[in-house]
Design a protein around this ligand. Structure first.
Ligand code: ZN
Ligand code: ZN
Length: 449
């Protein structure tokens, strides 16, 4: 197999891997880099020029995996697109929202290349899609007669997320996608295949991070912060990924309200989180095991963040808003600018932030320093309480390592991690199995695996 990582800057970014298996050209994910703008945020799709792409697999619909899909499919209309049935309910919502944000950024930040794709490009993806049920194998034969069997397995990261098993001429290759083994308030953890694999392609997000605090105790600490802040007349902003994290927190707030750990409070949500919760309702009614439902919003009396809402003049409440990394021109970015200047308020980070995004910078900002909201053209003093909670939707490194080694792989490919995270996996695998061939692909260099 030949493997090429098309994510030019490396690390966690515009995820996109090209696998070439005896004449079969397979692409896994086509994401947008969260901190780059314009065409620079795309994977290097020009490397696919002249190739006939057989299959494109989508592991899940976070934007760093799905954001460039309409561009890839526009350039390769011959490709078939494979994803789980649940991902198929969600990915077009994410892409339409991404297009709306790009239009806003074109106006506010002057990015002339935006939007990178049209609504027609998004709809065209749907016409090439094969929806599969996790655990059910499918056979594929290319126009050139090359055969492949593939099976998707729930990866527990967000609804619809999957790892991908490829079986080609007696060789088993498993790509983990983004993984969480633990159950959450929203969904069950990963259900991955056992047995030996020839090659495991493993995400390494938490390779440089010690085992996380138990999720329940982090959630209790978050609820405590909400109680304290609102009791003293302040509001709480929780920047959260609209897909997955937001609905998990809705389920947690709902349970806390029901058993009296949280009193009645205004709760504001961004529209995308509500739209996705509606989709989750459809998935759950079809038999999917999702524990966040639309009726929770009614019972919490949650409302969509009104246009031109000013938190300074509203009652103390909770703002559960996207984007999780506080990217410019998003509701969490604008609400942070309104809340940051008062010591009564709190901003609670609950997920991964790239260090170069506004969220990553504010998370580590000095108390009483100034924070520049460049898209709004103003600085605000850092007076609000800033808290971090370890609620990652990625597996602990020890668990991923144990899963990987348990497959007795001939080769392991490291992906979706910063250099120190990859280094930890490389070292541990080397110690445990010195014969294992560990590949940390250099972006845009084709390597045999
Ligand atoms: Zn993800
Ligand atoms: Zn990811």
């Amino acid at each position: 197999m030949l493997l090429t990582d098309l994510n030019a800057p490396g690390g966690i970014g515009a995820n996109c891997l090209l696998l070439q298996l005896d004449g079969l050209n397979i692409v896994i994910d086509a994401g947008l880099h969260p901190r780059l703008t314009g065409r620079a945020a795309l994977p290097r799709l020009e490397r696919l020029q002249g190739l006939s792409v057989d299959l494109v697999f989508l592991t899940h619909c976070h934007l760093d995996h799905v954001g460039a899909l309409p561009v890839l499919l526009r350039e390769h209309p011959e490709a078939l697109l494979v994803m789980t049935r649940d991902t198929a309910c969600l990915y077009q919502v994410m892409l339409r929202n991404s297009r709306t944000v790009m239009e806003r950024q074109r106006a506010e930040l002057g990015v002339a290349e935006y939007p990178l794709f049209s609504y027609r490009d998004i709809a065209a993806c749907g016409r090439r899609t094969i929806e599969v049920v996790p655990g059910h194998s499918r056979h594929f034969e290319s126009a050139r007669g090359e055969r492949l069997t593939f099976t998707l397995y729930a990866s527990g990261h967000i609804p619809g997320a999957a790892g991908i098993l490829l079986e080609h001429r007696h060789r088993r290759i498993f790509h983990t996608g983004d993984v969480l083994f633990a159950d959450t308030a929203l969904l069950d953890g990963a259900r991955f295949p056992g047995g030996d694999m020839d090659t495991v392609i493993v995400e390494t997000t938490r390779g440089a991070t010690h085992r996380s605090a138990p999720r329940e105790s982090e959630m209790e600490r978050l609820l405590g912060c909400i109680r304290d802040t609102t009791a003293h007349g302040g509001s709480v902003l929780i920047p959260a990924f609209a897909l997955g994290r937001m609905q998990e927190l809705i389920a947690v707030l709902h349970a806390a309200r029901r058993d009296g750990r949280l009193g009645p409070l205004p709760l504001y949500l961004s529209g995308l989180g509500i739209e996705l919760l509606n989709q989750f309702d459809g998935i759950a009614r079809r038999g999917g095991h999702l524990r966040a439902r639309r009726k929770m919003l009614r019972e919490l009396r949650a409302e969509k963040l009104p246009l031109h809402h000013s938190p300074e003049r509203a009652r103390p409440g909770v703002y559960l808003l996207s984007s999780g990394m506080m990217v410019e021109s998003t509701p969490s970015y604008e609400t942070a600018a309104a809340l940051l200047g008062s010591a009564r308020n709190a901003i609670c980070f609950v997920g991964y932030c790239d260090p170069d995004t506004p969220g990553g910078q504010l998370r580590d900002a000095r108390h009483n320093g100034q924070f520049l909201f460049s898209a709004l053209g103003r600085s605000v003093p850092v007076r609000a309480r800033i808290e971090k909670f370890d609620l990652s939707s990625h597996a602990d490194r020890e668990d991923l390592l144990a899963y990987t080694l348990g497959r007795h792989p001939r080769a392991v490919v490291l992906t979706h991690g910063d250099p120190p995270a990859r280094a930890w996996f490389r070292a541990r695998i080397g110690e445990a199995d010195p014969r294992c061939h560990v590949v940390d692909p250099v972006p845009l260099e084709t390597v045999p695996v």
